[in-house]
Design a protein around this ligand. Structure first.
Ligand code: GLP
Length: 247
């Protein structure tokens, strides 16, 4: 893992946007895997700025989002569809047909998962996958458990995840119980991975991740230790408990 530690969230966002923009310059039809949550918001804001300055062109980029809540329609303000359009897609020149997000309101959810994998497989693999990390080590919505599923699937959200995400909803009971998520296999097949973590709440999981050389389904992000091309960008707060730092 290539670990880059930056001062704060602003620097993290700029650095992440620069890395993504460079990949698009190298390969204009980049297959780009995208994440939601608070962490990548600044990266999207910076990418929009780069686009407005004419420094990056999304006209051929193809995107696949990691996940979506089951039961929320694309127009629901808490859906990841809504998040992605509000924070990113409606501000750039990506063609509508190049955008892929699982449909959490699909009538047949199992079929939707299969269809999503087929679409990814048409491109063989994702070129660059952007990831955040849950406080419990989840990536996408691949939650800790006895096993991890390789393909796109429906997952029951951990209570820790529902509580962490309740800040976006009116109340905890409004947070969906289930989500569709890209599986660990699809994530691990990405050529490059960009893992972002910011703030004190991520310090514990980041120190566990970097302090342990084993992989475990109990910490889904630990599988990134065996991926050949992962770049991590952490801000000082997220990196503050990494062993050997500041001693
Ligand atoms: C969310 C998303 C993940 C995200 C993670 C961290 O629930 N499903 O894709 O990376 O949890 O979120 P945040 O960046 O808000 O801390």
């Amino acid at each position: 893992m290539n670990v880059i530690i930056v001062r704060d969230y602003d620097e993290l966002s700029k650095k992440a946007a620069q890395i993504v923009a460079n990949e698009i310059k190298k390969k204009p039809n980049l297959v780009l895997g995208l994440a939601t949550g608070s962490t990548p918001l600044g990266m999207y804001r910076e990418l929009v700025k780069l686009y407005k300055k004419g420094e990056v062109d999304f006209s051929q980029v193809i995107t696949f989002n990691l996940d979506e809540y089951v039961g929320l329609s694309p127009s629901d303000k808490n859906s990841y569809h809504y998040y992605m359009y509000e924070n990113f897609f409606k501000h750039i020149n990506i063609p509508q047909q190049n955008i892929h997000i699982p449909d959490g309101a699909a009538e047949n959810i199992e079929e939707e998962c299969r269809r999503y994998d087929e679409k990814i497989m048409k491109h063989q693999r994702i070129d660059m996958q952007v990831l955040g990390i849950g406080t419990n080590g989840h990536i996408g919505f691949n939650e800790p458990g006895d096993e991890l599923i390789t393909t796109t699937h429906v997952t029951k959200l951990a209570e820790e995840t529902r509580k962490a995400n309740a800040r976006f909803f009116e109340s905890l009971d409004k947070v969906p119980q289930y989500a569709i998520t890209m599986g660990l296999g699809t994530i691990m097949k990405a050529k490059k991975i960009l893992l972002l973590a910011s703030g004190k709440s991520k310090a514990k999981i980041i120190s566990e991740l970097l302090g342990d050389e084993s992989v475990s389904t109990k910490v889904p992000a630990s599988f990134l230790l065996i991926h050949p091309d992962v770049t991590c960008i952490f801000d000082e707060e997220a990196a503050s408990l990494i062993k050997g730092r500041g001693e």
